[in-house]
Design a protein around this ligand. Structure first.
Ligand code: ATP
Length: 620
């Protein structure tokens, strides 16, 4: 028996590990199962090189719980350790054995990466830890190592086991009793180890099997908790659509809808990355927050908090990203500034854009069908990521009010004769709601202009961006103040009101309309226009939309946010108001007109709305 002191640079590293290194105690299971996986992958490499004779199919990790004795065991039949190796890799901690192995067998097989002080995380949950290990080298005897969480250890050679592998025995401490519960351990194995590359067994389960005579019989089989070959590590050519959908359901059991489509990522240079990203059918906010993209490192779960790792808009997607180049167990701010993480983020964005461009080019009809479900993600990407914006120009779609879809360049071509002004500017009219803005749509359509239907909540942001890019384009919602100009009567002086009547009209309107809320404009519109309409200054409305969707740069209080009331002095109803002798009736006519146009813009609320309803029924 050898007694000794664990060599650490800091005097006593355990309190540090216990308190600060891992705030999440539960990750010890990830670290130990990763080590076991690593040991088996190393052995697999040696088997494939012909250096060890063993069946690859038998390689397995087993988790055994003994609640009574407060023991949790992690057993693998991997490469094992000699006494010398334990001394080197366990006693002199912070020395990565994996690194040395990698150097020796470079490019042979990917290994679980650099986990820092992985093994020592077991002391976060244990009073005492034992290692029983037997190296794959026949002439080496097995060893037994014991440590009680101080820097002292015991290490001795033993006669059994004779087969290679390692057994880590954790004597779970009183404050970590939860880790003796089978359900808790299963839950953690599913969280962290669901896709690890070696089968992980916890207990047994019953399976019904038919014998030769067709008689069903219950038999006990290993309860394997993980899926060692998830689709993202497979060659996309060999994966069927059905498998992608099943995998999506495996990742997110709560998702009812199938994904719309997916992107299989697979890159070797300049960094290694695999994964599958799904475009979900977004039904509600909760699903966006709950079912996020999961980050793995060589099939070991790391996190689903990818903030700063992938661009924000990609957080709407779902799926898996797996890269050995993403460092583990480091702070988020470090991750965000890490250059390989930045490259990864750029690469994923490009891949997503390429996929969308291909879909749009190669199967436009299908892409158009999917557009309404994916537009929010793409528009968000266009607003927030300049690189994505320039790529998305080639596939972002804009439907018109007849639900015909255009790429912006196509639309410009489509409207260049109808919507172009004398100064070469192109007016892109759009509606955000076919029903609510029907009057405005009809009016503009009748004038021969074409209209888009842009109803996403991000449209204000997006149009700002497009107008900066295309200097000759101007977007106006159909109810914006711009329509006064196009509704203007081209024949001059057709107004049938005298100067005096106009002065009088202004006076009575000013007396009856709240000037804090509305700006009254008396205009020469053609006689097919209504006597009163409300328009909204395009710029102010857009800034309001932008600030409502979370951009604090625009403080809407700084804007004059009055609505315009356009009074069509050519309408006979206006003449009727002027000629009305009974002041009460005249007041009522103005008030009711105002209520009507406010109602049309959803501005009539509360008591005013109730009063208007009573009033209207009385009139009927
Ligand atoms: N189950 C095991 N079988 C064989 N060797 C093991 C096992 N567990 C640990 N080791 C050896 O002990 C070393 C130290 O393990 P530890 O988890 O502390 O760090 P690591 O795995 O090398 O590095 P990191 O955790 O940073 O990836 C390993 O590199 C490996 O050589």
């Amino acid at each position: 028996m050898e007694k000794g002191k664990i060599k650490v640079t800091a005097e006593d590293i355990f309190p540090v590990i216990k308190k600060f290194l891992y705030s999440d105690h539960e990750i010890f299971i990830r670290e130990l199962v990763s080590n076991a996986t690593d040991a088996i992958l190393k052995l697999k490499t040696l088997i494939s090189l012909g250096k060890v004779k063993k069946k690859i199919n038998d390689l397995i990790i087993e988790i055994i719980l003994n609640k009574e004795n407060k023991i949790l065991k992690i057993i693998d039949n991997g490469i094992g350790m000699t006494k010398k190796e334990v001394d080197k890799y366990i006693n002199k901690i912070a020395f990565s054995g994996a690194e040395e192995f990698l150097k020796k067998y470079k490019n042979k097989k990917s290994l679980i990466g650099n986990f820092g002080l992985g093994f020592y995380s077991s002391f976060m949950v244990s009073d005492k830890v034992e290692i029983i290990s037997k190296s794959y080298k026949d002439y080496e005897s097995a060893i037994h190592w014991i440590c009680d969480g101080s820097t002292n250890f015991y290490l001795k050679k033993i006669d059994t086991p004779t087969k290679s592998g390692t057994e880590i025995i954790l004597h779970i401490n009183d404050s970590s009793k939860e880790f003796l519960e089978e359900n808790r351990i299963k839950e953690l194995l599913i969280k962290y180890c669901k896709f690890m590359p070696i089968p992980i067994k916890i207990g047994e389960r019953e399976e019904i099997k038919k014998n030769k005579n067709g008689i069903e019989k219950k038999i006990k089989v290993n309860n394997i908790i993980n899926n060692p070959s998830p689709i993202w590590i497979k060659n996309p050519i060999n994966v069927k659509d059905e498998e992608y959908i099943n995998f999506y359901k495996e990742l997110y059991p709560m998702q009812i809808e199938n994904p719309l489509f997916w992107i299989h990522l697979n890159i070797d240079h300049p960094f290694k990355l695999t994964g599958v990203l799904f475009f979900p059918k977004i039904r509600n906010q909760i699903e966006i927050q709950r079912d996020k993209i999961q980050l793995y490192q060589n099939q070991v779960y790391v996190t689903d908090n990818l903030e700063g790792i992938v661009p924000d808009f990609l957080n709407f997607l779902k799926g898996v990203i797996d890269s050995p180049d993403i460092p583990l167990n480091v702070s988020r701010s470090y991750l965000q500034s890490d250059s390989s993480v930045k490259k990864i983020s750029g690469y994923i964005t490009r891949k997503v854009a390429d996929k969308l461009e291909n879909m749009c080019k190669n199967n436009r009809e299908d892409f158009e069908k999917k557009w309404e479900d994916i537009k929010i993600i793409i528009e968000y990407g266009m607003i927030s990521d300049p690189n994505f914006y320039s790529k998305a120009k080639k596939f972002a779609l804009y439907p018109d009010i007849n639900k015909k879809y255009f790429i912006l360049e196509e639309y410009i071509e489509h409207i260049k004769n109808t919507n172009k002004l004398k100064n070469n500017k192109i007016l892109c009219f759009y509606t955000s709601n076919l029903e609510n803005q029907n009057y405005y749509i009809q009016t503009i359509k009748n004038k021969g202009y074409k209209i888009l239907l842009l109803d996403s909540p991000l449209v204000g942001h997006l149009l700002q961006k497009i107008e900066m890019d295309y200097k000759n384009l101007n977007f106006y919602r159909v109810d914006s103040d711009k329509i006064n100009k196009i509704l203007k009567n081209e024949k001059k002086n057709i107004s049938n009101l005298s100067e005096n009547e106009i002065i009088f009209l202004k006076k009575i309107l000013n007396q009856n309309i709240d000037k804090e809320k509305f700006l009254i404009k008396i205009e020469d519109l053609d006689d097919s226009s209504l006597p009163f309409i409300i328009t909204i200054p395009e710029f102010i409305r857009r800034m309001k939309e932008i600030s409502m969707t979370g951009n604090n740069m625009f403080n809407i209080k700084n804007f004059n946010s009055k609505y315009n009331i356009i009074v069509n002095k050519n309408h006979k109803f206006i003449k009727k108001i002027i000629n009305e002798k009974d002041l009460n009736i005249q007041k009522k006519m103005i008030k009711n007109s105002l209520n009507l146009i406010m109602l049309s813009q959803n501005l009539l609320k509360g008591k005013e709305l109730t009063d208007f309803m009573y009033q209207s029924f009385e009139n009927i």
